[in-house]
Design a protein around this ligand. Structure first.
Ligand code: SF4
Ligand code: SF4
Length: 718
């Protein structure tokens, strides 16, 4: 046995058991989470979707490439990792072979492989250089909260970059030496190896033989060291990311919240027992195994943090930090989680104390996550949209909210009135049910209010929503929509007092009980109205929260409907020539994407088509728009909570709009109208916005341009 082989085997004997021990620990920790049968079904029953997610997100690097420069750099490094597996294999074969010229047996001297190996190694070095520059320019010490790496383990990231660099230079060292000793399996195609060989050639044959041996051992040693480093560090994502992407919600973890489950089964509120059932996430072990997998997969890239409106405005919430805090706690609690009942009593006192830490609690309570963190979330979805490894932040944050509300009764007190109003009156403002039809009396045409089944000749049921029916600014948008439908000859009816809140604010706040109550009531109403899916009837929703809840959350409770947002219908009516915008509106308009219409439901184009169809308007996009749109601050039930810390989110958003000096800020959500309207009023009062500036729904813009009865535009203008 040669010395080379002995050294190689010793390196393997040290590194592989270390790596295997860690992999075993990680797999035990991840699988200690709650069952998630739906995630397994996602893969087994929707194999095509699972494969396409691997092709598009993992191999295609779709999400990473949204940020072009770091995305390309990451693609170089990732493809180097894949392609250079052939080089590591060659190095091992050489180590184990008795033949001096042993090399990669399968492709055996195949020139294109040699070229590809050299090319990707160079591109990997380019990628490393880009990463180093990005990290250098984005140092938390320099940029503070503006750095996406704030809170990340930056030291570890530099070590990983150096390790990858070591993989590449050792590779070129032994390949260059191989050329000079005559055992290199490739020719001139391996252009870098040949160049290195020309530098090493003057050293002579014996020295090159020695360098080949040293290079191979270094290469194997570095790769083994890297393997150990990966499984013990955040670079675990190299192995976990494909799994996390495979088991993530499809098409993404946006839109509906997941139903509450205990032990993998849907929670039945009638039967559930708080002592034995899981109510949301109250302990780290209440996470499902997919939740645990999320924690291990985070790369600490900080993309989520950089897009979070709460973080951007000085709140304590960073979606990255939530994941890292949960991860660190899960790792620290692992000895307890992985121990049997009998073993637990023998654990060290500090482990037992750690096991009792409240997951959500203030610093005085020794909590893992501060309550202010979970209540600061607007559920805007920017974190989920950005995360390159499909981590499902909203599910974790709302899981903790559910536990806080349902078990601890600990939530911001200002939400109590809203929840009481929902339970007693079916709307967050606590207004009388019959006020829901007030807006109809302000129109000069009839809008049928159903008291039974929808008539045969009426295709649409217009779900007005609480804000649309009861809030003065939102009512103007509702009247504009009704006016446009009337002009276009679309037959529609409304539920009037029969409509109740969809339950979205309760659900987003974590009160699944109130959500269930309202949702079941509405499902019964909608079914009695005869508008269930398959009847040919459609539900129009002008509030994106209602749109999301009815179309994507009610199916969880057996209510299935064909739901269309008003912007989709109005854009179609314009395209079909049923609405003809003829009156010029000479205004510069900027459009604000409501998170629950855009990011959560991917409706980006119809509102913009409506604006473009209005003659005279000049549309200009804000810097943060479409998938990168910035929240108004109202989602996640934040509309009903005080904003005590940092800058107001709506103010931050409106400043971005004001930078364009628009005449009109348009949107397609009653909550956004209220939040942005409040921010504009504050700016006007401070003399920082022109008095004529207004926030309106795109329907209000359209109604001004469509030839209408005299006076109609005034009725529906802001
Ligand atoms: S959903 Fe929005 S507010 Fe909540 S953590 Fe994610 S980015 Fe931040
Ligand atoms: S959660 Fe996702 S986006 Fe955020 S730091 Fe981790 S990997 Fe990056």
């Amino acid at each position: 046995m040669t010395l080379t082989l002995i050294v190689g085997l010793v390196l393997n004997a040290i590194a592989l058991p270390l790596a295997a021990k860690r992999v075993l620990f990680l797999s035990r920790l991840i699988t200690s989470g709650q069952p998630a049968p739906d995630r397994v079904e996602n893969v087994t029953k929707r194999t095509g979707a699972a494969i396409s997610s691997q092709l598009v997100e993992v191999l295609g690097q779709k999400k990473l490439l949204k940020w072009s420069v770091p995305g390309i750099a990451h693609a170089f490094v990732m493809y180097a990792f894949l392609i250079l597996a052939s080089v590591y294999l060659e190095a091992y074969i050489i180590l184990l072979s008795t033949k001096a010229d042993a090399h990669f047996l399968i492709f055996n001297s195949w020139g294109p492989l040699g070229f590809l190996q050299d090319l990707i190694s160079v591109l990997c070095l380019v990628g490393l250089l880009i990463f180093a520059i990005i990290r250098f320019k984005n140092q938390p010490a320099k940029l503070g909260r503006k750095s996406r790496f704030k809170g990340s383990h930056t030291g570890g990231a530099w070590v990983v970059l150096i390790m990858i660099f070591n993989v590449i230079w050792t590779l070129f060292l032994y390949r260059g030496a191989q050329v000079n000793t005559g055992v290199f399996p490739y020719g001139d195609e391996a252009f870098v190896s040949q160049a290195v060989a020309s530098w090493l050639e003057p050293l002579g044959h014996d020295a090159n033989e020695a360098l080949e041996t040293i290079g191979i051992l270094l290469q194997i040693g570095v790769v083994l060291g890297f393997l150990v480093l990966v499984v013990y560090s955040k670079h675990l994502h190299i192995f976990l990311a494909p799994l996390n992407v495979m088991f993530s919600r499809r098409p993404d973890a946006l839109g509906p919240l997941e139903p509450m489950r205990s032990g993998g089964k849907a929670l039945d509120f009638e039967e559930a027992d708080p002592d034995t059932d899981t109510f949301g996430i109250g302990k780290v072990e209440d996470l499902t195994w997919k939740g645990m997998l999320d924690l291990g997969t985070c790369t600490e890239c900080g993309r989520c943090q950089s897009q979070c409106p709460a973080w951007a405005t000085g709140k304590p919430l960073s979606p990255k930090q939530v994941i890292l805090d949960l991860r660190d706690h899960a790792f620290a609690k692992a000895p307890y989680l992985l121990a049997s009942e009998a073993e637990r009593v023998t654990l060290a006192p500090d482990i037992l104390e750690l096991a009792q830490r409240p997951l959500v609690g203030t610093a005085e309570e020794n909590g893992v996550i501060d309550p202010e963190v979970i209540w600061a979330c607007t559920n805007c979805g920017a974190c989920v949209e950005e995360c390159p490894v499909d981590i499902e932040h909203i599910d974790h944050i709302n899981g903790m909210r559910r536990h806080q509300v349902l078990i601890e009764s600990a939530f911001p007190q200002e939400a109590t009135t809203m929840l009481n109003n929902l339970e007693r009156r079916g709307n967050p403002w606590g207004m009388a049910e019959d006020r829901r039809a007030d807006w109809i009396g302000e129109l000069d045409f009839e809008v049928p209010v159903l008291d039974g089944k929808i008539p045969e000749d009426t295709e649409y049921l217009y779900w007005v929503g609480c804000a649309g029916a009861l809030e003065d600014r939102a009512k103007k948008a509702v009247k504009a929509i009704a006016e446009l439908l009337h002009v276009a000859g679309v037959k529609f009816a409304v539920l009037g007092p029969m409509e109740a809140c969809t339950g979205d604010p309760a659900r987003r706040l974590g009160n699944e009980f109130v959500f269930n109550m309202l949702a079941q009531q509405n499902i019964e109403t909608l079914n009695d109205a005869g508008v269930a899916a398959g009847t040919g009837k459609k539900v129009i929703a002008s509030c994106p929260h209602c749109f999301n809840t009815i179309s994507r959350e009610y199916p969880q409770l057996g209510g299935n409907y064909e739901v269309i947002h008003h912007t989709q219908l109005l854009a179609k009516l314009v395209a079909d020539g049923k609405l003809t915008p003829v009156n010029p509106v000479e205004e510069k308009v900027t459009y604000h994407d409501p998170c629950f219409l855009g990011r959560h439901n991917k409706v980006y184009t119809p509102p913009r088509e409506i604006i473009d169809a209005v003659p005279g308007t000049t549309a200009e996009e804000m810097h943060r728009c479409k998938g990168k749109g910035f929240c108004c601050g109202a989602g996640g039930a934040r509309m009903w909570l005080e904003e005590r810390t940092g800058k107001r989110i709506n103010e931050e958003r409106i400043e971005e709009a004001l930078a364009l000096n628009p005449d009109t800020v348009s949107t397609a959500c009653p909550y956004c109208m209220v939040m942005l309207g409040d921010a504009i009023n504050a700016k006007k009062a401070a003399g920082q916005a022109k008095q004529s500036l207004e926030v309106i729904d795109v329907a209000q813009l359209l109604v001004r341009a469509v030839k209408l009865r005299e006076g109609a535009a005034e009725e529906t203008s802001a």
